[in-house]
Ligand binder design. Structure first.
Ligand SMILES: NC(=O)c1ccc[n+]([C@@H]2O[C@H](COP(=O)([O-])OP(=O)(O)OC[C@H]3O[C@@H](n4cnc5c(N)ncnc54)[C@H](OP(=O)(O)O)[C@@H]3O)[C@@H](O)[C@H]2O)c1
Length: 289
């Protein structure tokens, strides 16, 4: 496995495991256990996924089994917009995430969306970071112009920005802006989130067979080689293992360019942040009373 160093010196794995939409608690716990046993060390959840408790259970179980130590793991969660009303709601939500997971600290905590009063919420995250409850803090779904304003304004700049990044929505300019501010890019939906058809693409199949790898491995590797952390999700053991077996091959510059050329150059269908109805929908999602 490869690692990157965040702007505060923390080591972050370049590959991880996401649990979005794994709503069945037992399935989530078992998938995380399987992923950690397969070698993953980064787990990505969020308060709004409703499975922080299952992730915490899995983490305690693998540590008890001696698979790895807490220090070797990199556990991420995210603050939901309902809790981004003000400093106090954000502060309480950070503690709620820690309590649900049964962990003393999280390795990374992200503002899930640039919505509501995210500057006040960020101040609560800065304080939790300084208290050692959060080892790193970052943002998610921050477009380049939003990230620029944010980095130029806040006291502690975000260490990570998790956004949709795959060959069909490659966002090269946004990645450059993140690098300018020493913000680690992290790809959600690195396999396209089940929406595009990468597995049927003949060019990708050709590159995959040239390396004795699968299309999934090739597109994950493409992101890693351009400096982007990937967090693919799967509830299938064979795919969990396949998606982590990407550290023993290197794509050529020509292959990297061919994959980058798949970029559609516009916001993918899953990203509706520019749609007021989508924003109102997010603002209405309540994860507690
Ligand atoms: N910050 C945000 O706003 C945000 C938004 C979305 C996602 N995320 C994070 O990013 C993670 C990944 O994103 P995602 O789950 O949307 O998309 P993804 O990882 O790109 O794709 C997951 C889909 O691909 C399938 N799949 C997995 N491995 C495969 C393989 N080797 N071959 C063929 N198909 C494969 C999965 O099916 P099976 O499960 O059936 O194998 C699932 O349908 C999430 O779990 C979450 O942690 C964050």
């Amino acid at each position: 496995m490869e690692y990157t160093e965040l702007s505060n010196g923390l080591k972050m794995p370049m590959g991880g495991f996401g649990v979005f939409q794994v709503t069945d608690k037992e399935e989530c716990k078992q998938s995380v256990i399987n992923a950690i046993r397969a070698g993953y060390r980064l787990i990505d959840t969020a308060a709004v996924y409703g499975n922080e408790d299952a992730v915490g259970d899995a983490v305690r179980e693998v540590i008890a089994e001696g698979v790895c130590t807490r220090e070797e793991l990199f556990i991420t969660s995210k603050l939901w917009v309902q809790d981004m009303e003000n400093y106090d709601t954000a502060k309480a939500a950070i503690d709620a995430s820690l309590n649900k997971m049964g962990l003393e600290y999280l390795d990374l905590y992200l503002l899930h969306q640039a919505m509501r009063d995210y500057f006040s919420a960020w101040r609560a995250m800065e304080d939790a970071y300084q208290e050692g409850k959060l080892k790193a803090i970052g943002v998610s779904n921050f477009y380049a112009h939003v990230l620029t304003n944010f980095c130029e304004t806040v006291k502690i700049a975000p260490m990570v920005n998790q956004v949709e990044l795959h060959p069909y929505f490659a966002q090269p300019d946004a990645v450059e802006t993140m690098k300018h501010y020493h913000v680690q890019p992290e790809a959600w939906a690195p396999l396209g989130g089940g929406r595009y058809q990468p597995f049927e693409d003949e060019m990708l199949q050709g590159i995959a067979s040239a390396h004795g790898k699968s299309v999934a491995q090739v597109i994950l590797r493409w992101n890693v080689q351009r400096g982007v952390t990937v967090i693919p999700k799967s509830t299938h053991q064979n795919r969990i293992e396949e998606n982590f077996d990407i550290w023993d091959f290197t794509l050529t510059d020509e292959e990297m360019d061919k994959i980058s050329a798949l970029d559609l150059g516009y916001v993918g269908p899953a990203v509706k942040h520019f749609n007021p109805e989508f924003v109102r929908g997010c603002l209405g999602v309540k994860i507690h009373d």
